[in-house]
Design a protein around this ligand. Structure first.
Ligand code: ADP
Ligand code: TRP
Length: 333
């Protein structure tokens, strides 16, 4: 049986954080043996926010280095830069003819960006989900390991695939679906309780894979808590739930049990819990950070990895574009 096709991308907009790790990369690593995986750095997508050209290369290399340091094996997957596959913008252009202004304007992530950057509401922001659909459909992927925040984009990718199939030929594109290992919906909140951990927002309340031990300690000790529960077995406020989630992901079972029991018995001391979590988190991140720092210095190896990744990805992308052109009628020779 042929392996299922998997695609996912991470934008090169800054340092990777725990949300990227537990919401995305950890799933990539679990899929790399069983599936036919295409993972890429979404550098075109990052242009919607006009990054400084002098930062772009370092940002792309960092995403690659941090993915490998987190366990991704470039020999098992195609790891490439979006801009190295010219078939993606070609498919994006084709899909743009099937995407409607009305539906694009309604996308919540677009509306957020309009609010965040009112002086730069460019067409790339509006068609962001179309480019993302092209990233996925170019390999005719069925599984897309992404966090919960990307579900709406996936629904749009399915709509575009269906529209293409209805217009030009049934079943050319399979429907891609969000994939989560063990059906986990991991969403890591920012430590100040405001929104999610993110590459470019909430930076003081986001833990990055590049943070050193002391920075990790400082950030965790500043995490939002309260006076503690007053009723046994209370429901946790979401910022406390987030600390327990992080503890679940990095601490031992007996540590988790101790604090869970203390919470349920209303005698939890958040200061102690944060101290413990900070040490466990520092131990967890240290080897990833050290490996990524080493890799990032080695530009020759990173270039080679990206080049080989693009070659693997090109083989599948070229087939899709040839098929799409034929179905649309762009085959004159
Ligand atoms: P960011 O929002 O930090 O710029 P991206 O948009 O590039 O990150 O997301 C890359 C992947 O990481 C996506 O699959 C996304 O769903 C996941 N992700 C990002 N932030 C979080 C978070 N806080 N919790 C869980 N998953 C996240
Ligand atoms: N939009 C995604 C995010 O912000 C990144 C992305 C771009 C992506 N293209 C993709 C994810 C294709 C999965 C598949 O997280």
């Amino acid at each position: 049986m042929s392996k299922e096709i998997v695609v996912s991308g991470i934008r090169s907009t800054g340092h990777l954080h725990l949300g990227n790790y537990f919401g995305a990369i950890q799933n990539y690593v679990k899929m790399q043996d069983a599936c036919n995986c295409y993972f890429f750095v979404a550098d075109y997508h990052s242009l919607t926010t006009h990054p400084d050209p002098k930062d772009l290369k370092e940002n792309v290399f960092r995403v690659v280095a941090e993915n490998i340091a987190s366990g991704l094996d470039p020999n098992k997957v195609a790891l490439y830069a979006q801009s190295d596959l010219p078939e993606i913008p070609e498919l994006y252009l084709m899909l743009n003819m099937l995407a409607y202004m009305g539906e694009l304007e309604k996308v919540p992530t677009f509306k957020d960006k309009v609010r965040q950057q009112p002086d730069n509401v460019n067409a790339g922001l509006l068609t962001y989900p179309v480019l993302m659909a092209a990233d996925i459909l170019i390999h005719r992927a069925v599984k897309v390991p992404v966090g919960k925040d990307q579900e709406q984009h996936l629904e749009m990718a399915r709509n575009f695939a269906q529209r293409f199939n209805n217009r030009y030929g049934m079943d050319f594109f399979p429907e891609p679906h969000v994939y989560r290992f063990n059906n986990d919906t991991v969403k890591i909140m920012s430590l100040d309780g405001n929104g999610k951990m993110s590459k470019s927002e909430n930076v003081n309340a986001t833990i990055y894979l590049s943070d050193d031990d002391d920075t990790i300690r400082k950030k965790i000790m500043k995490a939002k808590t309260d006076a503690g529960p007053t009723e046994p077995n209370s429901v946790m406020p979401d910022y406390i739930h987030n600390l327990f989630l992080l503890m679940n992901l990095t601490s031992t079972e007996s540590v988790i049990d101790t604090y869970q029991t203390a919470y349920n018995n209303c005698n939890i001391r958040y200061g102690d819990m944060k101290k413990q979590l900070a040490e466990d988190m520092a131990t967890f991140i240290r080897p990833i950070r050290e490996h990524a720092t080493e890799l990032q210095k080695d530009h020759d190896s990173l270039r080679k990895i990206l080049k080989e990744g693009a070659e693997k990805a090109h083989a599948s992308a070229a087939q899709t574009i040839e098929g799409a052109r034929k179905l649309i009628g762009i085959n004159y020779y």
